[in-house]
Design a protein around this ligand. Structure first.
Ligand code: ADP
Length: 578
């Protein structure tokens, strides 16, 4: 496929996922086209962060020789807009890897989903993150010239593509370190070849970015006409958002910053910004997204916070600061206690890390508790996106078990809906006089739970039952044994005694019935023989003639049925309805 020419020029095909992304993006994001600037400026700012970080261990790379920044200029005659940075730059291999493929696993499956649900494309693409490729929303060709930090000027690389099937790559000479991205604008992109339009978009997207973003502005003569003299003018505030005072930061600024750190298109649901001094000295800015990222359930999903030490960017995806069941949290932590040369290995078992992780976890749980209390609707939308992940909490985080349990939501017999809206606290509030257990039922689906004959006696006595039908629930219940001092009780277990909810008269009647049914029970026991442990009369059913139950120490009938057929039924009891 590749042809080698002078200057080491070759033509390479895009990975098929990139082609799909480019196609979908151009067609579904045209109404939101200015985001390409956010993405390119965000990449340029990351490149400056990475350079500063690498210079910590290799001071030759950057010695504070020039202020790190992003510069935008345009050329109306040639119809181009150029975004330049003096950050880390890219080698030839970097360019091939980053601007020709998408390295995230699960990408193929993601695109398969996209073509089925075309109407949701733009939203889903937003969750995926389009990054550099968003240049093609406004440009019909893009040229990238880049020189990696630490390499000679004649070892720079040029990449060029019209965003269709392939791109070319060749060696060039570039005097300065960093990356220039030249956009050859389509008709729809020409509006950005204007000082005012650029000013407008940059101040919207880049105020919170820690390095200056400047545009080339032409000076005007006395009559207000542009001369050919120009200068760089800094447009953004260039103060990293989290270092500013909370009271000076507008919601919109927090929202924009979120999009920068998360690559998400949608606004976050809530955030929490805290500066802590004392035993640990750090700032955290934690966001709860509105939508789950497309790959949240993938095994190699990248989670974690951006880590800064004394305002120097250290790493992305520092997962050490959040437990796995909160892996949807985005944001950053800036520590003054960790060493600048901290590595993932050092973070692993480090006292500071542990203490920050504990604090950040609490902060997120508190943020969620507040949301649940103050805005039920918002909390429901959170639950729909992230409830399944949060259910991993009680198993993973013993120390916050009760708090996490308080955040869980389930369906229950209290409302006639499969929606998971019931909190355990509200269940406890509705418990009947004398009730000391939280009754629950696990099933394969909501419909199956609703139909379960085990519910009948509870219905008859007006006792609420929590209905659990997510696959994770049975596993969850191995770890969740009590809430608010009340034990959980599966209603499929044998020996459930609800007689204290019955009157004397009812008890008398039951005794009589038992006598009446004695011979039926005996005959059934003989007939079933070894296949069951015991046959008993039951008063737990209203409409169903018989039910299979298990002993307390066994797996619920749901787990048994789905994991090993009915092989456990030799230990089951058969209960008859009176
Ligand atoms: P993301 O930023 O989400 O990783 P992008 O598609 O925007 O995805 O960029 C892919 C990669 O290309 C980046 O991770 C980075 O390694 C590299 N890259 C993009 N722009 C620049 C730049 N201006 N300077 C250095 N590297 C860059």
């Amino acid at each position: 496929m590749s042809t080698v020419e002078t200057k080491n020029k070759e033509t390479r095909g895009f990975q098929s996922e990139v082609k799909q992304l480019l196609h979908l993006m151009i067609h579904s994001l045209y109404s939101n086209k200015e985001i390409f600037l956010r993405e390119l400026i965000s990449n340029a700012s990351d490149a400056a962060d990475k350079l500063r970080f690498q210079a910590l261990s290799n001071s030759e790379l950057y010695q504070g020789d020039a202020d790190l920044g992003v510069k935008l200029s345009f050329d109306e005659k040639n119809n181009t807009l150029t975004v330049s940075d003096n950050g880390i730059g890219m080698t030839r291999d970097d360019v091939i890897e980053h601007l020709g493929t998408i390295a995230k696993s699960g990408t193929k499956e993601f695109f398969a989903k996209l073509s089925e649900e075309q109407s949701k494309d733009s939203q889903l693409i937003g969750q995926f993150g389009v990054g550099f490729y968003s240049a093609f929303i406004v440009a019909d060709a893009v040229t990238v010239r880049t020189r990696a930090a630490g390499v000679a000027s004649d070892q720079a690389v040029q990449w060029h593509s019209a965003g269709e099937g392939d791109y070319t790559i060749e060696d060039i000479t570039k005097e300065t370190r960093g990356t220039d991205i030249v956009l050859h604008m389509r008709e729809e992109g020409k509006e950005f070849l204007s000082e005012w339009r650029l000013r407008d978009v940059i101040s919207k997207y880049s105020d919170h970015i820690g390095i200056p973003v400047s545009i080339w502005t032409l000076e005007r003569d006395e009559e207000g006409k542009e001369t050919d003299q120009g200068k760089w003018e800094q447009i953004n505030k260039a103060q990293a958002l989290w270092t500013r005072n909370k009271s000076d930061i507008k919601d919109e600024e927090y929202q924009e910053f979120y999009k920068h750190v998360s690559h998400d298109f949608a606004d976050p649901l809530v955030w929490s910004h805290n500066r802590v001094e004392g035993k640990n000295d750090y700032t955290s800015l934690l966001y709860i997204p509105a939508k789950a990222p497309w790959d949240m359930m993938n095994r190699d999903h990248k989670s974690g916070l951006k880590l800064y030490v004394q305002r120097v960017f250290i790493m992305d995806d520092a997962e050490q600061f959040m437990p796995s069941y909160l892996r949807f949290v985005r944001g950053l932590i800036d520590s003054n206690d960790l060493p600048l040369n901290v590595s993932r290995e050092i973070l692993q078992d480090n006292k500071v890390t542990q203490s920050l992780r504990g604090a950040c976890t609490k902060r997120v749980l508190t943020m969620l508790e507040r949301m649940a209390k103050n805005d039920e609707e918002k909390y429901q939308s959170f639950w729909k996106e992230f409830g399944l992940v949060l259910k991993e909490g009680p198993a993973e985080d013993m120390s916050n078990k009760e708090k996490v349990a308080g955040l869980l939501r389930f369906a229950s017999t209290e409302v006639d809906s499969s929606e998971q809206t019931i909190s355990l606290a509200s269940y406890v509030e509705r418990m009947k006089e004398g009730q000391d257990k939280i009754y629950y039922l696990t099933a394969d689906s909501y419909a199956a739970a609703k139909k379960s004959p085990h519910l009948e006696q509870f219905k008859a006595k007006g006792i609420e039952v929590v209905l659990m039908y997510d696959r994770i629930d049975e596993w969850l219940m191995n770890y969740l044994t009590e809430f608010d001092g009340k034990q959980f009780q599966s209603i499929t277990k044998a020996g459930l005694d609800l007689s204290k909810f019955e009157g004397e008269e009812e008890k008398e009647k039951q005794k009589e019935t038992e006598e009446e049914f004695k011979s039926v029970v005996e005959r059934t026991q003989t007939y079933l023989g070894d296949r069951v442990k015991e046959v008993r009369t039951t008063f737990k059913l209203a409409n169903t003639p018989a039910v299979v139950v298990t002993d307390d120490f066994e797996m619920g009938t749901n787990g048994q049925a789905s994991r090993s057929g009915r092989s456990g039924s030799t230990r089951s009891e058969v209960h008859f309805r009176d």
